[in-house]
Design a protein around this ligand. Structure first.
Ligand SMILES: Nc1ncnc2c1ncn2[C@@H]1O[C@H](COP(=O)(O)OP(=O)(O)O)[C@@H](O)[C@H]1O
Ligand SMILES: [Mg+2]
Length: 217
């Protein structure tokens, strides 16, 4: 068995609230291999986004650790190693749609022709006609697909997506499913927090977050 590209062990995370502390993660374990698409379900507030923040290095656990390609993560790794589609999207408002998607490619020039890769990803997701608009000029569902294209464009080893179909209508969802499956097919470890049965249906493995730990779903 190969080494998992992403490995979380004994993760604990507690948040302070005026009404009392909440221990959201309680010794959580997760290993994901390259090429594997794993969906994480769980009721709202169960800690899915908190988990992705730890896996992406945007937050630190109170105890436990996250290994990326065998190395402990220390802050958010480079975007070409681990890329994120956050629940709040986080597009740069002063950049056009195409410039947002090109950002990871410009940060780390590679073999891709930037314009071609950007145009292809936007077209694959049905938002090719929006390339020159600003995020504030397109719908939230369209912004969500732009943010997914940005996450994918730099060919990361790990892709973390938080409810990637939450703002989409049924007609826009299949393109997202195809892209996520294609990423897994290219060897990316894809982790998807979602309530969407359509996403669970394309997963290689489904886990459920409840009471701070994951179990098979
Ligand atoms: N940065 C934070 N500060 C305080 N509480 C937080 C923070 N992030 C998450 N929480 C709390 O952790 C719990 C899980 O939140 P979240 O991970 O967003 O759930 P989910 O994504 O499954 O809906 C909630 O009770 C939320 O209030
Ligand atoms: Mg969430």
């Amino acid at each position: 068995m190969t080494t998992p590209v992403l490995r979380a062990s004994a993760l604990r995370r507690r948040f302070a609230h005026p009404s009392g502390d909440v221990e959201v993660l309680r010794g959580l374990e997760l290993s994901v291999h390259g090429g594997e698409l794993v969906t994480v379900s769980g009721r709202s507030g169960s800690g899915k986004s908190a988990l992705l923040a730890l896996l992406g290095g945007f937050d630190s656990p109170d105890s436990g650790r996250v290994l990326l390609a065998g190395q402990p993560i220390d802050g958010a790794p480079p975007w070409h190693t681990c890329a994120v589609l956050p629940q709040a999207l986080g597009l740069a408002q002063e950049l056009t749609v195409a410039e947002n998607v090109a950002l990871p490619l410009r940060l780390r020039p590679g073999k891709d022709v930037v314009e071609d890769r950007v145009a292809q990803l936007l077209a694959d997701l049905g938002v090719g006609q929006l390339a020159d608009r600003y995020p504030g000029e397109v719908s939230f569902g369209q912004q969500q697909r732009v943010a997914l294209a940005r996450a994918v464009s730099g060919r990361p080893k790990v892709l973390l997506t938080d409810e990637p179909t939450a703002h989409l209508d049924a007609g826009s969802t299949p393109a997202v499913l195809r892209l996520l499956r294609r990423c897994a097919g290219e060897g990316v470890a894809v982790i998807v927090a979602t309530h969407d049965d359509a996403l669970h249906a394309i997963a290689d493995r489904r886990v459920r977050l409840a009471d701070g730990v994951l179990s098979a779903a």
